[in-house]
Design a protein around this ligand. Structure first.
Ligand SMILES: Cc1cc2nc3c(=O)[nH]c(=O)nc-3n(C[C@H](O)[C@H](O)[C@H](O)COP(=O)(O)O)c2cc1C
Length: 277
């Protein structure tokens, strides 16, 4: 199995050391090939806010040609992805945030189904829980199956022995959870939030053929707009969740037609003067 670790730290410090220890625990349990993807070494231009990727497609991004699509492809080729970031000002690092913004269209066009994600955060003291939650929510919206987290307290300088032991314990437990996820081949059954996520997307994007053709065509191409599609993947669905999904979809369609009228929406996507090309 192939694992890529996306490193959001600008240095080979606590986050990298934690990743190395996690890799050792993981490789004792299962046979994995490990690759580090250092965001600090990649060419990643900050998002310009032009909105082009959402309606027109990521291939139209003015920064297409830097390393974002290379990293994204490596994530797509892997069985599992480790999202690793230090806490910076109670959030992910700037490097990680810039990358996240650049693949924001994935929230509209999720593509990581069947892939497992693990989340590793290091912090001086505060913020690990919030940052883990933030990264998990995003990865979930992109299609990942979230299998395990570790939030480590790693004060600058020497980590006290008791704290180091606790961190090791968290990494060992995390490796167990992640490996169990990696070894499981059957997709998990969607919960009610998964179904609501799908149904809202379907309700909205089914109405956006003109306004957001990249989204519409992607959903259509995946077969997600077909009447038979119940979820992103063809898996058994709880009938109650399906019924809730139908109501959500109906409501999303209605709101979309009402509030995102074609004219309003088209004008919203117009690029500012001087930003074209
Ligand atoms: C710019 C910056 C901002 C930070 N913000 C926080 C913070 O909000 N809360 C906290 O507890 N630690 C904070 N820290 C400490 C780091 O999260 C912690 O030392 C982390 O383990 C560093 O990881 P690294 O060695 O991989 O860079 C900050 C560190 C830096 C450099």
């Amino acid at each position: 199995m192939k694992i890529v670790a996306l490193i959001g730290s600008p240095r080979k410090g606590n986050t990298f050391r934690a990743c190395e220890e996690f890799r050792e625990h993981l490789q004792k349990i299962c046979n994995v090939e490990f690759e580090y993807l250092w965001l600090k070494d990649a060419r990643i231009e900050p998002c310009k806010g032009c909105f082009v990727c959402f309606p027109k497609g990521e291939d139209k991004c003015p920064h297409r040609g830097d390393d974002v699509h290379v990293i994204e492809q490596k994530m797509l080729d892997a069985d599992g992805v480790i999202f690793a970031s230090p806490v910076y000002s109670m959030n992910v690092s700037g490097l990680m945030k810039t990358f996240i913004d650049r693949i924001s269209y994935t929230g509209h066009r999720p593509r990581f189904f069947g892939k497992k994600a693990f989340f590793l955060v290091t912090t001086g003291l505060f913020g690990a829980g919030d940052v883990l939650k933030y990264m998990k929510t995003l990865a979930w919206a992109w299609g990942f199956e979230c299998t395990g987290t570790a939030g480590l307290i790693t004060p600058n300088g020497a980590v006290p022995r008791e704290r180091a032991e606790k961190n090791t314990q968290l990494l060992k437990e995390g490796a167990q959870v992640f490996s169990a996820g990696l070894l499981r081949t059957t997709p998990r059954r969607p919960g009610v939030l998964d179904v609501i996520h799908f149904s809202m997307g379907r309700g909205n994007f089914s109405q956006m053929e003109t306004v957001s053709p990249a989204d519409y065509q992607y959903w259509k191409g995946q077969g997600w707009l077909s009447p038979d599609a119940k979820w992103f993947m063809d898996v058994p669905l709880n009938p109650l969740y399906r019924a809730i999904g139908r109501i959500v979809e109906w409501h999303a369609q209605r709101s979309c037609r009402k509030y995102v009228g074609l004219e309003t929406c088209n004008s919203r996507w117009v690029e500012p003067e001087g930003e074209r090309g």
